[in-house]
Write a protein that binds this ligand. Structure first.
Ligand SMILES: NC(=O)c1ccc[n+]([C@@H]2O[C@H](COP(=O)([O-])OP(=O)(O)OC[C@H]3O[C@@H](n4cnc5c(N)ncnc54)[C@H](O)[C@@H]3O)[C@@H](O)[C@H]2O)c1
Length: 402
């Protein structure tokens, strides 16, 4: 059993508490910190937390704090992590780990040097659909991953600090793209080096300094491509979708707006439908168990089991640092309009990978390109001569097919 201290009584702190409490789990929240006393008190009442405080250091050093869970705005992550390092408390931090890779690397190395457990709370890499997809990919079910696209778009975040470039460290790319980048890394292979990034970003709607809409491509050393699509100006709720294309198959995941649950309401009754839903009337797309479908319970199980077993969780601070480095390159590219290298002063994965050849031989002289069954039952074979490069097609009559 682990006694948890949550730093931050806002949106994500409450989601974390919902995921930990009331599921008959053995781990429980014992301490909560919030800046304002009324927030801390309300949180403690809502989730039956024994101790609340407005002192961050008191929360971290409390005798009932076995592990600290950081649910604070981006600009406070580093200070909070460093306090955990100072007091040698195991720590979990929400996404994005840092505002920049520089911040994230400092946090990662400080925890490693102090020998404290550090987990990166990337919930979307723990949804039931995502975990099953990764398992299928690992078993070879879709072959070699060529392209992994992830999209997160919604009508914009719920607190002032997100919209402040200095406090948040970025706009939609950092806030939402950090999820998408890590999702694609998991599909492509976390030990595959991200090489360079091309990104378009713009502020299309909101009166802010940061971008509210962006699309980016991340090139990996093995030839795979990651793609992120993010927006704070999307209308119609929260759209979370992933798409993976492999040499032997395809995966499409829809995690939020279309989960197989559709409902019509004239608008009477409960107003809350799902996170960032914009209406409670008409055809609605509710989400059965939001915390579970967003990955939180699976994420905490992985974190706590890793901590107790002395192993690493699926998502570590190091992963958070790699994500920040890719996001940094995206910001550079959006300015220069060029492919920008991903700067990784520390890289622990593979190096020197090449795009593998997947040429299939048709016969001694030809490469196979494609076979297609036609409506009349004949087959067409498209092949390429190995030496001349000539591409020809062969038709095989229905009656001559083996
Ligand atoms: N899916 C996810 O994993 C997910 C979703 C939402 C937010 N987040 C992340 O969680 C973090 C917090 O976001 P949120 O949505 O809960 O924000 P929020 O504004 O709802 O809550 C933030 C909390 O931190 C407190 N706070 C604000 N400024 C502070 C300061 N300077 N020092 C100490 N405390 C301060 C606030 O009082 C509040 O209790 C962010 O890093 C955000 O990116 C993650």
């Amino acid at each position: 059993m682990i006694n948890i201290c949550i730093l931050g009584g806002g949106f994500i702190g409450r989601f974390y508490a919902e995921s930990l409490i009331g599921r008959r789990g053995k781990d429980t929240v014992k301490v909560v910190y919030a800046r304002r006393e009324e927030t801390a008190k309300r949180f403690a009442e809502d989730y039956q937390v024994d101790h609340f405080t407005t002192s961050i250091e008191e929360a971290i050093t409390h005798p009932n704090t076995d592990m600290v869970l950081i649910a604070l705005p981006n600009y406070v992550h580093e200070d909070a992590v460093m306090l955990c390092v100072k007091h040698k408390k195991p720590v979990l931090c929400t996404k994005p780990l840092g505002r920049t890779a520089e911040e994230a690397l400092r946090m990662t190395l400080a925890c490693e040097e102090a020998g404290i457990f550090a987990g990166y709370l990337e919930d979307l890499c723990y949804t039931p659909k995502f975990l099953k997809s990764v398992k299928s990919i690992e078993s070879g079910a879709i072959g070699r991953v060529l392209w992994a696209k992830s999209r997160e778009t919604h009508p914009g975040p719920h607190s002032d600090w997100f919209w402040d470039l200095e406090k948040a460290g970025g706009g939609a790319i950092l806030d939402l793209g950090c999820h998408c980048v890590e999702i694609a890394r998991n599909f492509i292979g976390k030990d595959v080096l991200p090489v360079e990034v091309m990104c378009w970003a713009d502020t299309q709607v909101k009166p802010i300094d940061a971008e509210d809409h962006a699309i980016g491509l991340v090139k990996y050393e093995n030839g795979a491509i990651g793609q992120f699509e993010v927006s704070w100006t999307f209308r119609g709720g929260m759209d979370l979708r992933d798409e993976v294309m492999g040499t032997e198959g395809t995966i499409w995941i829809n995690s939020f707006l279309r989960t197989g649950f559709e409902m019509f309401s004239s608008g009477l009754g409960n107003d809350y439908v799902a996170e960032k839903a914009e209406t409670s009337a008409g055809w609605l797309f509710p989400v059965g168990d939001e915390a579970h479908e967003l990955g939180y319970p699976n994420m905490f199980i992985d974190m706590f089991e890793a901590f107790e077993n002395g192993t690493q969780p699926r998502e570590t601070f190091y992963d958070g640092y790699i994500v920040n480095a890719i996001v940094d390159a995206a910001y550079k590219s959006a300015k220069t309009k060029l492919w920008e290298p991903v700067e990784l002063p520390v890289w622990r994965g593979k190096k020197g990978l090449k795009k593998p050849s997947v040429y299939k031989e048709y016969d001694a002289e030809h490469w196979f390109i494609k076979e297609e069954l036609l409506p009349n039952g004949d087959k067409k074979l498209i092949i390429k001569h190995k030496e001349t490069g000539e591409i020809v097609e062969k038709r095989v009559d229905k009656k001559n097919q083996a």
